[in-house]
Design a protein around this ligand. Sequence first.
Ligand code: CA
Length: 227
Amino acid sequence: MKLLVVEDEGKIGEYLRQGLTEAGFVVDLAQNGLDGHHLAMTEAYDLIILDVMLPDIDGWRIIQSIRQAGKEVPVLFLTARDSVEDRVKGLELGADDYLTKPFAFSELLARVRSLLRRGGAPTPMDRLQVADLTLDLSRRRATRAGARINLTAKEFALLELLIRRQGEVLPRSLIASQVWDMNFDSDTNVIDVAIRRLRAKMDEGFDIKLIHTVRGMGYVLEVDRCD
Ligand code: CA
C-alpha cells in the first residue's frame, strides 16, 4: 500500500514517514504544497495524509483539486487548530477524516487502517485469506495452516500485494513501484530474491504452492495453478 504524506514541518514529516514505513507502507513525503499537489495529481496512492497549513498551496486547495479531478483516494487531513470550522471545511471539501495536532502515532495508524478498509479493500475485516494462508493486517502477522511465518516488513508488503491482486500476473515493474517505491531496473534482482525468500518461508513443505513464476512476465499468487 502506497501513501503520500504532505507535511512541511520536517520533524513531523520524517516521523510519519519512518513510522508508516515501519508499519509496512510505502511512503512518499512531500515537504511543501506544490510537490504534494503534483504527486497527488500524478501518482496513484491508496491514501493521502495532508497537513492543512502549508506555506505555498494549502491543504484545502489540494483536497479540492483531487476531488475535482474525480480521484476517490481517501484523504486524512491534519489540522493544528481544533476548530469546528476547520473540521467542517475539510470534510465538506471531500476529506474523509482528520486528526488534530499533536496526535499519537498509534491513533494516526488506526485512522489510516480504518480508512484503507473503507476504501474498498476486498474484505471488510483486518485479515486477508487465501487457502490456508492468513494475513492479519493490523497485527502484521502471517500464518499458514495455523503456523506463524516470520516475515520482514518488505516481505509482508509483497505478500499483501500478491494476495490483494491474486490471480493477476504482476510484472516486476509494478511490484517494484508498489513495494519498493522504486523504478524497476532490470539489472537488479531484488524482487526475484525477495520472492525466493518469501516462497521458502511460506510455500516450502506445502503441497499447494501459492506463488508462481510466469516466465517473461512476472509473478502471480494463485491457488489452482500448475507451473
Ligand atoms: Ca504545516
